[in-house]
Design a protein around this ligand. Structure first.
Ligand SMILES: [Zn+2]
Length: 583
């Protein structure tokens, strides 16, 4: 069979032309833009460029500072509409308008949850008393970074899992702020990222040993204890310690304070024009960190403590590859210097809004893999570039021919780009799924993978296999197998019963994702009935990753039933039939 590969190319000049990007699905062909005024009603201008009628609802997204009541509209083919958002609650300074939408079928009764996500909007604005100006994420947020000049003399840092980092000092850095040490927070129960990374490359359990089951059971994930390594001792050359927290938007409004679990903490000293790395560690689940210097610090020289959203699994960086960094300079007070509690401002109009959502979404996936005995790590940390503002890297071209920055994973090296509107756990987990898939399959993705695609249409079985697997992964990470109707926020459909105007068959990614879900879940539903599941929580994912060389989900009934034995052949086939895989 023909294999698509973006791995090796003799001519560097055609590399970009052959780069294979697995992308975020594109929404239904409805465009939207904002018509904003400071005093008076603002409007959302929407246009249906497609050939179907869409019942749509538009709501403020979780990153929005500008809230409004959900607006619903029926859009016939070719229709345009100006939706009245009312007076938006502007205050002077940076503001965020985030609009998300859901599409439901125009002929299904309401309340059936038959939806998929529609288009979304993320706009950074500046308000003054009389006007509104459209700005950008870079101009309002990233320009707050200070340049840290000078070469680095990086020592090697073992990130675990066979990867040694030699990254220099963060050359563009935000500053952290003091935090009241009595601020309440919820600890994160994970060991250090080095311990998390302690698995063999592509490590997987033996799925055939655990077999399959019928009927409801649920295996809960065990919780893990943070290794409290704080020994109250100082290193031979001295120690610096503190606590680092993230200020983030709380789900019900307001601000939450979370430990910066798993972030890299490094210590530097500037000697002449060069920065010397003198220590490194990781923030723990209670936000604490303690760094023993591995060389004697130079006297009368400040120590720069920097925090980076980076570890063995992934790192978040700007378009020029600068890992997002916060840092401050400190005077040592003796063998042990305690700098106290610090915070990083990741609120909606803070320093780099959204990167905590990206990091938490990625960490949840990593944690889920590890809890199931499966290794999610590539050879190097996955580089996540955010926000993607390029119209050359995997743009989405709407049906009017206009490109906008989009989100994707590159199969050759697993690098990810995320558009500013895609700082969502589900999108991150979708793209990381592509990066892990391409790693396990040695860069050789199913035939036909890559290119633009949507949730509702049919494309080809290879593309639908690639994308349907990536669509399933956020559900697998976020929902237990006994959930009767999981509805993931960024994909917007009920994966147990996705019936909204979907093209049938193994060329439709939602039907592929629903097949994966039925392999995972323990519900008995449908006709023919889905009655079985793999006893192992990770089997639906791990068996797929371990069995490359297929170009259609329809071929996996055979893979699954071969692992389980002949007594499971009919139940497995029924599940694939239920999900239109043999259509
Ligand atoms: Zn994708």
């Amino acid at each position: 069979m023909q294999r698509a590969s973006a791995q090796v190319c003799a001519l560097a000049t055609i590399m970009s032309a052959t780069a294979l990007w697995a992308t975020q699905p594109t929404p239904v062909p409805v465009t939207m833009d904002s018509r904003l005024v400071r005093n008076g009603a603002s409007f959302l201008h929407v246009a249906n460029l497609g050939r179907e009628t869409y019942q749509m609802s538009f709501s403020p997204g979780p990153s929005a500072t500008l809230t409004f009541k959900t607006v619903t509209v029926m859009l016939e083919p070719g229709a345009v509409a100006d939706l009245n958002l009312g007076q938006l609650p502007f205050t002077d300074g940076a503001q965020v308008l985030e609009v998300t939408s859901l599409v439901s079928s125009d002929f299904k009764p309401a309340g059936e949850n038959q939806t998929v996500t529609g288009p979304s909007l993320y706009e950074v604005l500046v308000a003054d008393p009389i006007s509104i100006r459209k700005s950008s994420y870079e101009a309002q947020f990233l320009s707050r970074r200070l340049a840290i000049r000078g070469d680095s003399s990086p020592s090697k840092i073992d990130f675990g899992g066979g990867y040694i980092s030699t990254r220099g000092i963060g050359a563009l850095a935000f500053e952290s702020a003091a935090l009241d040490p009595n601020t309440r927070f919820t600890p994160i129960d994970l060991p250090s990222p080095v311990e998390m990374a302690a698995m063999k490359p592509k490590e997987m359990p033996d799925f055939s040993a655990s077999g399959a089951g019928n009927g409801p059971t649920s295996k809960l994930l065990g919780s893990e204890q943070d290794q409290s390594g704080g020994s109250n001792q100082t290193g031979p050359y001295g120690t610096i310690e503190g606590k680092i927290f993230l200020k983030v938007p709380a789900s019900g409004g307001g601000i939450a304070v979370n430990p910066a679990w798993g972030w890299t903490v490094r210590g530097w000293q500037q000697i002449g024009s060069a920065w010397m790395l003198i220590g490194s560690t990781w923030a723990k689940g209670d936000g604490s960190w303690s760094m023993d210097f591995f060389i004697p610090p130079f006297p009368n020289t400040k120590v720069r403590v920097e925090y980076q959203v980076a570890n063995r699994f992934m790192q978040v960086q700007d378009k020029d590859g600068n890992v997002y960094t916060w840092g401050d300079n400190w005077t040592l007070t003796g063998p042990l210097t305690d700098i106290g509690s610090r915070s990083i401002n990741l609120t909606k109009t803070g320093d780099a809004p959204g990167i905590d959502v990206i990091y938490q979404g990625a960490t949840a996936l990593w944690r889920r893999f590890r809890a199931d005995g499966m290794n999610a790590l590539r050879d190097e940390p996955i580089q996540i570039t955010f926000p993607n503002t390029s119209l050359d890297t995997c743009p989405h071209v709407d049906s009017a021919g206009n490109p906008t920055p989009w989100s994707c994973s590159q199969s050759s090296d697993g690098k990810i780009w995320l558009a500013s509107k895609h700082a969502k756990a589900g999108v991150v987990q979708h793209e990381i799924a592509h990066s892990i898939h391409s790693y396990y399959w040695d860069g050789s993705m199913p035939s036909g993978s890559g290119g633009q695609h949507s949730l509702t249409a049919c494309f080809n079985p290879g593309l639908a296999l690639t994308e349907g697997f990536a669509d399933f992964m956020p559900y697998w990470v976020q929902f237990d197998r006994d959930n009767p109707g999981p509805h993931e926020a960024s994909l917007g459909y009920n994966i147990e019963t996705p019936t909204l105007n979907l093209c049938a068959g193994a060329s439709n990614e939602v039907h592929v994702s629903a097949t994966f879900w039925d392999v995972y879940d323990n519900h008995t539903d449908g006709s023919p009935s889905d009655t079985w599941y793999f006893t192992h929580h990770g089997a639906a994912v791990g068996i797929f990753l371990n069995n490359p060389g297929h170009d259609s989900m329809a071929e996996y009934w055979n893979v699954y039933s071969n692992i389980l034995g002949p007594q499971w052949l009919i139940p497995v086939m029924n599940t694939f039939t239920l999900n239109t895989m043999f259509h």
